[in-house]
Design a protein around this ligand. Sequence first.
Ligand code: GLU
Length: 281
Amino acid sequence: MKVSRFAPSPTGRLHLGHAYSAVIGHDLAGESGGTFLVRIEDLDQTRSRAEHVDGIFEDLRWLGLDWAEPVLVQSQRSEVYADALDRLRAMGLVYACYCTRADIAAALAAPHGPAASHYPGTCRDLPEDAARRQAQPHSWRLDTAKALALAGMPSWREGGTTITADRADLDDVILARKDAPAAYHLACVIDDSASGVNLVVRGADLRSSTPVQRLLQTLLGLPEPDYLHHPLVRHDDGRRLAKRDLAPTLAAMRAAGVDGRQFAHALKHGELPAGFRLRDA
Ligand code: GLU
């Protein structure tokens, strides 16, 4: 039985691409007699809005999808993430990083798109300095080299095959920052495990997140889920769905009288409205 999840960030209204992801995850769980979960990924408090959380539930109901409770809300789970970070720190796998806020904001933001260039390692070998940590905002990064020495190169199962990561796929990602207890990767693996997710369904734009997440799972002794990185909904000309491209929100479709259940049924069969298509990346 599959336990899948849809894990939107409430930074805007859901659009066609979100609907596709939710429908695929919901159906794979349902077909196996399993469970579909929803998780609210609102760690980026500068961009997350409560009204978008309400909108997510409204949109999913309109699609005819049902989900099991509880809905995990990441902003309410700071202590769980802090514990996990403590464990990694105790293993000597984490270091304080004092690099600019711009770096940190990028790491906390939605994890889509090509992997940013690797962290240059500026703070990796700084001497332990508790006084500086007290005085100066900092984040915590994973020491990838040490983590790999302990856990080995990560691999994951997808569509019946096992894929092994490359060293270049892994970076000293930010795990937490001083004013936010966890960044995306750490929160994601903790929550997937806490909810018993055994099938991670998400877009191909998040495939680059999987190596480091598998590494964190191994380090923290968490179970290994299966993965499905599905094709992405794009405009016919290949553009990503984005607000500036006037991607239709589900709210707008609902307001225009579209039947949500029929729409979800069509999506399940890969039938998209005119002007859109599925692309692998
Ligand atoms: N919160 C992420 C997003 O909205 C999804 C993360 C995931 O599915 O692992 O794109």
